[in-house]
Design a protein around this ligand. Structure first.
Ligand SMILES: [Zn+2]
Length: 283
């Protein structure tokens, strides 16, 4: 038996994951999805079912029209659809029954559209409290995004307070991207960027998002590009691993293969539903 410091590796044996999160299901998502697909990056799009198909006021300087209900499944294919409340109400200020209704009805209708149970939620306006988190857990959500930039790459301590690294307009955006790409680390790290598609029309800065994702893609050979939900699922699968007392056997009860490093440089793939025997680790 050797000294062990088992740590999580993401799929492909890497310590780095990149993910995006865009809110409101606005018509600019069509262009955003095209850009994300071109560079093979993954995003979670958080929608309010009750406002889908909304036609923005032409007098308003920025078009905040929403995509049509009928296009949701096809448009966001390969990415993830998350919840954002039925009518985009402030989650933290309403009574429990109405809060639960907006959360559940949004989730139920979106699930029918996309054909899978929703995992992720984004807090409208970033407002939430402890009760809100409870409602989301009861509704079956596995995580929820705030709007609080951390400017770090730490994995979340509480998946219901999933703080992004930064918003795409934060001036540190490309600095953080470069830091993430060039850093050498064995600590599991996540670079997480969020925003709204309509902001690129307002700021006339579509080049900003293309610059970010093309840079990440060109420098992404040791980066896992995943949706928010895929990352949470993976972390959960890692947390479910069952060890024998002597550490020589690890059972992975989940449906996801999990990769770990058991000693410096020694990688193991723990197959889903299987027991893996770990050989002697070097001292
Ligand atoms: Zn929103």
């Amino acid at each position: 038996m050797g000294k062990r410091f088992d740590i999580l590796l993401f799929p492909g044996g890497t310590s780095k994951a990149f993910t995006l999160s865009y809110d409101d299901g606005v018509v600019q998502d069509r262009r955003l999805v095209e850009i994300f697909n071109k560079y093979h990056v993954k995003c979670t799009f958080n929608l309010g079912y009750g406002v889908l198909g909304y036609k923005g006021d032409p007098k308003f300087p920025i078009d905040i029209s929403r995509v049509e209900t009928s296009e949701v499944k096809e448009l966001y294919k390969g990415h993830e659809v998350g919840g954002h409340r039925l009518y985009h109400s402030d989650v933290s200020s309403l009574g429990a029954p109405y809060s639960m209704y907006e959360i559940l009805e949004d989730k139920a209708q979106l699930e029918k559209l996309v054909g899978y149970p929703l995992k992720m939620f984004a807090y409208p306006f970033g407002f939430f409290n402890e009760k809100t988190k409870e409602y989301l857990k009861i509704a079956g959500y596995k995580g929820a995004r705030t709007i609080k930039s951390t400017f770090s790459f730490d994995l979340p301590e509480d998946p219901y307070e999933l703080n992004p690294t930064c918003h795409h307009t934060d001036k540190e955006l490309m600095e953080l991207a470069e830091k993430f790409v060039t850093m050498r680390t064995i600590k599991p790290s996540m670079f997480y960027v969020w925003g709204h598609g309509y902001e690129f029309d307002g700021g006339k800065n579509w080049d900003l998002i293309e610059k970010l994702v093309s840079y990440m893609s060109e420098n992404g050979k040791d980066i896992w590009f995943a949706t928010n939900g895929e990352i949470l699922d993976y972390i959960q699968a890692y947390q479910m691993l069952e060890y024998s007392v002597d550490g020589s056997m690890i059972y992975n009860p989940s449906a996801i293969d999990v990769e770990i490093m058991t000693a410096f440089g020694q990688k193991e793939i723990l197959k889903a539903g299987k027991i893996t025997e770990i050989g002697e680790t070097p001292l």
